[in-house]
Design a protein around this ligand. Structure first.
Ligand SMILES: Cc1cc2nc3c(=O)[nH]c(=O)nc-3n(C[C@H](O)[C@H](O)[C@H](O)COP(=O)(O)O)c2cc1C
Length: 184
C-alpha cells in the first residue's frame, strides 16, 4: 500500500473490540513513530504516557470527561490503550525566541505531527485510533502525576477496530485549500 493509500484508508475509530490487549511491543512501535517525528529545532517538546493497565485506563476514562459530563469519547470504555501527549518546555534556538518571544511557538504543531505519525503506525499494525482533543487538566495531573501546568494536549485512543472497512473522506476540495505561488 503506498503512503497516500494508507492516509486514505486510515479513519477515526469509534467502536473497538473489547477485552483485547495490545502487546507492549506494538505499543512501543507506535511510540517509536512519535519519537522519530521532526520538531521545531528538534526540541521534541513531548512526553508520551502510555496507559494500558485496567486501573490506569479507568482513570483516563474519567479524565476525558469534563463539566456537565461532556466527553469526545462516549466509547472510551472499549479502548485497549491510550497515549497522553504532554507538552514539555521546548529548547529552541535563540533566534526563534527573539523573533516570537515564545519558546512554545512550535510545540503544539510538533505534538500534532507526532500524534499523526503514531496514528499511521498503528494503522499499519492493524489497529484503529481516535484522537481525543478535550480533557480535564486537573484530573490528568491528579491521576497521572503530571506536573502542575504541563498541558495534556491530546489523548490517542488505540484498539482493535470493530469495522476496518474504508470510508469516504469528508474533506474540503483541493482548489479551496491549495493555491500556487500566491494567495487566491
Ligand atoms: C485535535 C483533534 C481532536 C479530536 N478530538 C476528537 C474527539 O474528542 N472525539 C472524536 O470522536 N474525534 C475527535 N477527533 C477526530 C476528528 O473528528 C477526525 O479526525 C475528523 O473528523 C476526520 O475524520 P477521520 O479521522 O476519520 O479522517 C479529533 C481530531 C483531532 C485532530
Amino acid at each position: 500500500m503506498d503512503f497516500l493509500d494508507i492516509m486514505r484508508r486510515r479513519k477515526s475509530c469509534r467502536a473497538y473490540q473489547t477485552d483485547r490487549t495490545i502487546p507492549r511491543e506494538e505499543l512501543l512501535k507506535i511510540v517509536e513513530a512519535g519519537r522519530l517525528t521532526p520538531s521545531g529545532c528538534n526540541s521534541q517538546p513531548w512526553k508520551f504516557i502510555v496507559v494500558d493497565s485496567p486501573e490506569a485506563k479507568e482513570k483516563l476514562c474519567d479524565a476525558i470527561v469534563v463539566e456537565n459530563g461532556m466527553t469526545g469519547a462516549p466509547w472510551r470504555h472499549q479502548v485497549s490503550a491510550f497515549i497522553i501527549f504532554v507538552e514539555q518546555p521546548a529548547k529552541v534556538m535563540p533566534a526563534v525566541v527573539n523573533h516570537y518571544r515564545d519558546t512554545q511557538r512550535f510545540a503544539q504543531g510538533d505534538i500534532g505531527a507526532a500524534c499523526m505519525n503514531m496514528c499511521h503506525e498503528a494503522f499499519s499494525l492493524g489497529l484503529g485510533t481516535c484522537i481525543i482533543g478535550v480533557n480535564d487538566q486537573s484530573k490528568m495531573e491528579k491521576h497521572f502525576g503530571i506536573p502542575h501546568g504541563r498541558e495534556a494536549r491530546l489523548v490517542l485512543a488505540i484498539g482493535y477496530p470493530v469495522d476496518a472497512s474504508p470510508v469516504d473522506k469528508v474533506r474540503k476540495p483541493l482548489d479551496e485549500i491549495c493555491c500556487f505561488n500566491h494567495w487566491e
